[in-house]
Design a protein around this ligand. Structure first.
Ligand code: AMP
Ligand code: MG
Length: 493
């Protein structure tokens, strides 16, 4: 084993301030840790010692076997509603929080390992992760970041040298990820379910200080906190829908307090626009379907609201319920406003008129059941803004409805203060040309599992700049061919 001389700028508030909210723990020693991917750019932004970390020391640390100096490795407690059913105890069953790092600008991030072995929260699980899903989370998270969607980030992926049983034997792996924190709706649920209201308050105070410091002195601080989390979730889920992303497993333990996307398991991007799109093999009723995500976010926030009631008004529970209900009832309106604002930009508007919402709704009606590629549609719409409609129309099975929509859109553009070429350019800065197309993701993962990282690295490179069309990358633009078949995703990392 190498002598560890790498240092991190740790400052572990969770470990220090929230005793009783976790179990101090250690990662398992992997038999033969080996670095597969290291996110150099992110490591630099975090002020890490990249040269030391990209080699064997990094593999040792990120596989969990050795805790670096200053780390307080621990498994966090949380509960959660999974597909609507409550589990009083979930927790980090295969994850380990090493600690918090202050980056070059003083921003605080969690450094967490996923797949580093069993913990007291593992229940029946083995605490392990395997290479394919680790790489999938790496790729999806980094792609989302490049799209401008708030997300956890991937810092490194290592293989452990161990065989792990998952539908056959697979190479064991660990993902090192960073997040602005791993506080979840489910973290509150854990203590609220046990009626440990002091702890719920301590947690809320901690979350406010860490993510919403402006609220610390607000009137009705805890109500304002609920509102602020709802704001961030409204923006987050709107950005998912703008980009065609289906999270796939929006359980309350997979919803962050910070408003970042977390836990890329069975997620996928839609090719064709379909509000009912579901990819997860276990989402039989479409609870987490593409178009259902705003309603589910609201449902999850209602669970958070319930947990905060005694803090919102400890003396008058009716009043607490009334105040919290107002916030939750306002969510869909708030979401719709943010979504509409983003859709305006996607269809080339910088100005705003009341009738835009109807124009946008008509567009989605025209896209319904048309097998239209959601991503390509908006790129072709930029061409249409410059007068070229043919390729756009060719995306539709039957172009009758979209042909009726285009003139009303073009009328609207006449009242929007942008030059034609400028508008098309602006549209292409919010509408990606490259997304993680399901067939390309699978192709890259299959090659990686067979030992060839080249397709994965090529895809990562494409997705790192999703808005700029580049020559030679045509194969990454289009939807999966028909023979790719219906796409199914799975939960297990
Ligand atoms: P997830 O589906 O990733 O949101 O995880 C839900 C819960 O199952 C969390 O408490 C995880 O820690 C736990 N879990 C998932 N996979 C494993 C595993 N292989 N070993 C132990 N716990 C696991
Ligand atoms: Mg999870």
């Amino acid at each position: 084993m190498n002598k560890q001389d790498v240092t991190f700028n740790f400052d572990n508030t969770y470990a220090c301030e929230l005793e009783g909210f976790y179990v101090p723990w250690k990662g398992e020693q992997a038999p033969a840790p080996s670095m597969v991917l290291f996110n150099d750019k992110l490591a630099q932004d975090l002020g890490l010692q990249t040269e030391k970390l990209k080699g064997d020391q990094g593999a040792e640390i990120f596989s969990g076997g050795i805790a670096p100096k200053g780390a307080n490795p621990l498994a966090q407690a949380y509960a959660g509603h999974q597909f609507g059913g409550f589990s009083e105890q979930l927790g980090d069953g295969r994850a380990l929080l090493l600690g918090e790092i202050l980056d070059n600008d003083g921003h605080r991030v969690d450094l967490q390992l996923k797949g580093s072995g069993r913990t007291p929260f593992s229940r029946g699980g083995d605490g392990k992760a395997v290479l394919g899903p680790v790489l999938r989370e790496y790729l999806m998270g980094e792609a989302m970041h490049a799209l401008g969607v708030p997300t956890t980030r991937a810092l490194a992926a290592v293989t452990t040298g161990e065989d792990v049983v998952r539908d056959g034997v697979k190479p064991g792996a660990v993902l090192a990820r960073v997040a602005s924190s791993h506080l979840r709706v489910g973290t509150f649920q854990f203590f609220a379910a046990r009626k440990e209201w002091d702890k719920v308050r301590t947690l809320a105070d901690y979350a406010i200080a860490r993510h919403y410091p402006d609220l610390a002195d607000a009137n009705e601080e805890y109500l304002a906190f609920l509102s602020a989390v709802a704001d961030r979730q409204a923006s987050l889920v709107a950005s998912w829908l703008h980009n065609g992303f289906v999270h796939g497993v929006m359980n309350t333990d997979n919803m962050t307090i910070s408003g970042e996307t977390i836990d890329y398991g069975p997620c996928a991007f839609v090719d064709t626009y379909d509000a009912k799109a579901v990819f997860s093999s276990i989402d039989h009723n479409g609870r987490y379907a593409f178009g259902n995500q705003p309603v589910i976010a609201q449902w999850n926030l209602a669970r958070l609201a319930e947990n905060l009631l005694p803090l919102i008004d400890g003396d008058d529970s009716e009043n607490a319920i009334r105040l919290a209900t107002n916030v939750i009832n306002g969510f869909i309106g708030q979401y719709t406003e943010i979504w509409t604002k983003g859709m305006r930009a996607k269809i080339g508007l910088v100005s705003s008129e009341n009738e835009d919402a109807a124009l946008i709704n008509d567009l989605f009606t025209a896209m319904d059941d048309q097998n239209v590629d959601y991503t390509l549609f908006f790129r072709r719409l930029a061409d249409a803004a410059e007068g070229q409609d043919e390729e756009l129309l060719a995306l539709f099975n039957n172009s009758q409805e979209i042909k009726a929509w285009l003139p009303s859109w073009k009328d609207r553009l006449l009242r929007d203060p942008q030059a034609i070429a400028e508008r098309a350019r602006n549209m292409n800065t919010v509408n990606p040309i490259y997304i993680p197309r399901n067939h390309r993701v699978e192709e890259a993962l299959q090659a990686a599992e067979a030992g060839d990282m080249a397709p994965f690295n090529a895809l990562m490179n494409v997705l790192s700049d999703p808005f700029t069309k580049r020559d030679g990358l045509e194969r990454y633009e289009g939807a999966a061919p028909d023979d790719f078949g219906p796409y199914q995703t799975f939960c297990g990392t």
